[in-house]
Write a protein that binds this ligand. Structure first.
Ligand code: ADP
Length: 277
C-alpha cells in the first residue's frame, strides 16, 4: 500500500477514519433522519467515539433542525485553521456542518447553479476542522445530482486506501418499501456502481406503521420491498425502521428546542429499528 498524492481535501480528511455517504433515490424517504440516527448510533460505539455530520443538502438543509441546532446562536466559527463545526454536545463528540449555519436568515433559499454548489462542497470538504473523527456521515440531497457528482469527484483521491487511511468512502442507501422509491433507489445503486463507490447496505425506512396505542405494526406502504431489492442486487440488508410517531414527536420537540440537542444520548435507532444481524 502506498500513500497517494495529497490534496487539501485528502489532507483534511486524513484525520477521519470512516466516511459514510447516505443516499436515497427519492426525497422524503427519511434520508436525513436516518443520517442523524446513524450518527447517534455510531456515537454509542464507545464513550470516546467522535462523529461528524455533514449536510450536503445545500438547497434544503434540515440537519440543524433535526439535531436541535436551528438556533440563533448556533453558527460556524471561522478560525485560522478552518471552519469549526457546531457541536451538539458539550463533550464535542458530535459536530455538525451545514449551509443552514451560514445563512444570514434561516429562511433564506439557496438558488445556486452547479459551479457554485461545487465550490461550497469543496470548501466543506477541505476547510472544516473536524479534528480526529471515527466517522463522518455525509447526508446528500435525493437523487443523483450536481452535489453527488461534486462530492465523489472531490473524494476520489480517498478511493485509494493508504497506510494512514486504510478505509475508503462508502455509501448507505435509504428507501421505503414503495415501488416508486424502490425504482429510484435502483438508480442510486447504479450511480454508486458507475463511480465505484462501495455500498455498505440498504435500510428500509417507513416499513410499516407502529400503532401508538397497541404497538402493532401495519404495513401501509408495504413491507419487504427493500429487503428483496437488497437480495436481488447482492447488497447487505441493514434493517427496517417502521413509521414511528415517537420519532416524529422527538424530532419535532428537538427542532422546537423543547428537548435540548444534548438529547443526543436519548435518541438512537434502538427503539424502532429491526437490525439485521
Ligand atoms: P429525506 O431526507 O429523505 O427528505 P427526512 O429524513 O427529512 O427525509 O424525513 C421526512 C419526514 O419523515 C420527516 O418529517 C421525518 O421526521 C419523517 N420520518 C422519517 N423517517 C421516519 C420514521 N421511520 N418514522 C416516522 N417519521 C419519519
Amino acid at each position: 500500500m502506498v500513500d497517494s498524492i495529497e490534496t487539501p481535501i485528502s489532507r483534511r480528511l486524513n484525520s477521519v477514519k470512516n466516511i459514510i455517504i447516505v443516499l436515497s433515490g427519492k426525497g422524503g424517504v427519511g434520508k436525513s433522519s436516518s443520517s442523524v440516527q446513524l450518527a447517534l448510533s455510531l456515537l454509542n460505539e464507545s464513550p470516546s467515539t467522535r462523529v461528524g455530520l455533514l449536510d450536503l443538502d445545500l438547497t434544503g438543509p434540515s440537519l440543524p433542525r433535526m439535531v436541535g441546532l436551528d438556533l440563533p446562536g448556533a453558527s460556524v466559527h471561522q478560525s485560522s485553521a478552518g471552519w469549526v463545526p457546531v457541536y451538539v454536545d458539550q463533550g464535542r463528540r458530535l459536530g455538525v456542518m451545514s449551509i443552514g449555519f451560514l445563512l444570514k436568515d434561516r429562511g433564506d433559499s439557496v438558488v445556486w447553479r452547479g459551479p457554485k454548489k461545487d465550490g461550497m462542497i469543496r470548501q466543506f470538504l477541505s476547510e472544516v476542522r473536524w479534528g480526529e473523527l471515527d466517522y463522518l456521515v455525509i447526508d446528500t440531497p435525493p437523487g443523483t445530482s450536481d452535489e453527488h457528482i461534486s462530492l465523489l469527484t472531490h473524494l476520489h483521491p480517498l478511493f485509494t486506501p493508504t497506510k494512514s487511511r486504510p478505509t475508503t468512502p462508502s455509501a448507505v442507501l435509504i428507501t421505503t418499501p414503495q415501488t416508486t422509491a424502490l425504482n429510484d433507489t435502483i438508480k442510486s445503486l447504479s450511480f454508486t456502481r458507475k463511480l465505484a463507490l462501495p455500498v455498505l447496505g440498504l435500510v428500509e425506512n417507513m416499513s410499516g406503521y407502529v400503532c401508538p396505542c397497541c404497538g402493532e405494526i401495519s404495513d401501509c406502504f408495504g413491507r419487504g420491498g427493500g429487503e428483496d431489492m437488497a437480495a436481488k442486487n447482492g447488497l447487505p440488508f441493514l434493517g427496517r425502521v417502521p413509521i414511528d410517531t415517537v420519532l416524529v414527536g422527538l424530532l419535532d420537540a428537538v427542532s422546537k428546542g423543547e428537548v435540548p440537542g444534548a438529547g443526543v444520548e436519548d435518541i438512537t435507532m434502538d427503539g424502532g429499528a429491526e437490525a439485521n444481524g
